[in-house]
Design a protein around this ligand. Structure first.
Ligand code: SF4
Length: 330
């Protein structure tokens, strides 16, 4: 069966850029495509994040022609590999169809800035999907057959499961990566020159630093001399490293380091009481008393009040639409 296209998505702007496209398991979108005809509609994805992104629902089991309702399938460990077989009828083996369908869908993910999979599904699950031995005993866990191909072919695409997105830290990280990838795509679409690439890096400096100070300076080095005729190669290398760096988690200590850098930048314009208040807000975040939102809001207030242009555009302060309010929980 042919993989469906992206057609019909509204591409209006959010935060002055085109809304990111996110692929997701159709059942999370509320489509009644589960083996039993039910759905697994995810309210946060649709009602909160959905205000700022467009979704492309994909159901691989329907895509390969299994009907709704259908007999359930599961992962089976076999000969050192994994097959996807019918639970009631193990002669049903849809492993290769699911893998082929993933390859068929790949070109349509070229514009996607993320993918949210349904957890524990033998097709869509990314992590910890139950795998059984041939006698039907639970053996271990693996990835769903469709999701495994997507993950291996698109290593820098932000991928998550809806269950993990209930964790505020993972949720914030995923959304920040989605919007960073959208900004990168916008740059590529503009036809980047050396000046634009340098401005892009400057805008993301503190966001990168929160994930890896080392990678942040490595990426800066990569752009130190763009006068040669290898801009296209440098651009490709930068993009790979940029996205891989943002895929690393940002620890609380690394966030504190960035907050202190930003506070240091503001030192010359702040009076002593304002500096002390900011230092205290950072300390309260460091010790887990207040969420990250508190020092960030204070920083943003000072940046706006003193019209610090160099910081006003920093993606670290404004990584995604503020209305998502994701830093209140981390
Ligand atoms: S988990 Fe994946 S295969 Fe299963 S119903 Fe949802 S979208 Fe379809």
């Amino acid at each position: 069966m042919r993989a469906p296209g992206w057609g019909g998505t509204s591409r209006v702007k959010v935060n002055d850029m085109t809304r990111p496209l996110i692929a997701l398991s159709s059942c999370l979108h509320g489509d009644p495509v589960r083996y039993d005809g039910a759905d697994k509609r995810d309210a946060w994805l649709l009602e909160e994040l959905g205000r700022f992104v467009d979704y492309r629902p994909i159901c691989p089991e329907v895509g390969i022609g299994l009907g709704v309702p259908r007999a359930p399938i599961r992962l089976v460990a076999e000969n050192g590999g994994t097959r996807v077989r019918g639970v009631a009828d193990p002669s049903l083996d849809v492993t290769e169809q699911l893998r082929r369908y993933a390859l068929e869908v790949l070109p349509q993910l070229a514009e996607a800035c993320g993918y949210v999979f349904k957890a524990r599904s033998p097709s869509c699950g990314l992590f910890g999907v139950p795998r059984y031995d041939r006698e039907g005993r639970l053996s271990d866990t693996s990835s769903g057959a469709f999701a495994a191909v997507i993950a291996s072919r698109l290593p820098v695409l932000p991928l998550e499961e809806e269950g993990r997105l209930a964790n505020p830290v993972l949720r914030e990280h995923f959304v920040a990566r989605v919007f960073a990838l959208r900004r990168w795509r916008e740059l590529l679409a503009e036809g980047p020159d050396a000046a634009r690439l340098i401005a892009f890096h400057a805008r993301h400096k503190y966001q990168l630093m929160a994930h890896s100070p080392l990678a942040c300076s490595r990426l800066g080095q990569l752009l130190s001399d763009l006068s040669g005729d290898d801009l296209a190669q440098r651009l490709a290398a930068y993009g790979q490293d940029f996205l891989a760096t943002l895929a690393q988690p940002a620890s609380r200590a690394a966030q504190v380091n960035v907050l202190q850098h930003l506070a240091g930048y503001l030192k010359r314009v702040l009076e002593r009481p304002a500096r002390a208040e900011l230092a205290q807000a950072i300390e309260r975040y460091r010790t887990g008393v207040d969420p990250l939102l508190v020092p960030i809001q204070l920083l943003m207030h000072h940046v706006a009040q003193h019209a610090i242009e160099a910081l006003a555009e920093q993606s670290y302060l404004n990584p995604y639409p503020a209305a998502l309010d994701l830093r209140r929980g981390i």
